[in-house]
Write a protein that binds this ligand. Structure first.
Ligand code: NI
Length: 182
């Protein structure tokens, strides 16, 4: 039997605010900054399932069934306030980390015929959380990825080679005035 992984992507929107009700307004503002204000995100969810390829259908899971399960699950969150309209964030803050774990539990509960193996939730293009269902004691082990952008210039050149050889090896990256990258 061949086991393969299959990933389905879905987009949805939701609003939230970061707030610890046990803290004063000042402390919440100091810790969470503008995330303390209600605001919205366009989320991108990637759900990866694994299973054996069914010899009759050639599928790991019927994609139509998977889409139905995921779209039905997201009705509870899409165009909603995570704090006010859902019951999951009364005692935890709706960070990307906590939200990914909530979505994992909802999907795992409803998925039939394949195993949920990975979930990636983007809150924005440069911020995402990966969760694979692992727990450390009562906590969930998640991976947070933040992408930072910067620019720098360089030149590919070695004094061990002649000018002609440098140009042959490094081409336009050998430009004596350098070139930049983002
Ligand atoms: Ni936010």
């Amino acid at each position: 039997m061949h086991t393969v992984r299959l990933t389905k992507r879905l987009e949805f929107s939701a609003a939230h605010r970061y707030c610890n009700p046990a803290w004063s307004e000042e402390r919440n503002r100091a810790v969470f900054g503008r995330h303390n204000n209600p605001h919205g995100h366009n989320y991108l969810l990637e759900v990866t399932v694994s299973g054996a390829i069914d010899p009759v259908t050639g599928m790991v899971i019927n994609l139509y069934d998977l889409k139905q399960v995921l779209e039905q699950m997201l009705v509870e969150f899409d165009h909603k306030s995570l704090n006010e309209d859902t019951p999951y964030f009364k005692d935890r803050i709706p960070t990307t980390e906590n939200f990914a774990v909530v979505l994992w539990d909802k999907i795992e509960e409803q998925l039939r015929g394949a195993r949920l193996v990975a979930l990636r939730l983007f809150e924005e293009e440069d911020l995402s959380v990966d969760y694979e269902g692992r727990r450390i004691g009562k906590s969930s082990e998640v991976y947070l990825t933040r992408r930072y952008r910067f620019a720098a210039a360089h030149r590919l050149h070695t004094d061990a080679l002649s000018e002609e050889e440098n140009y042959r090896v490094f081409g336009k990256c050998n430009n004596p005035n350098g070139h930049g990258h983002n």
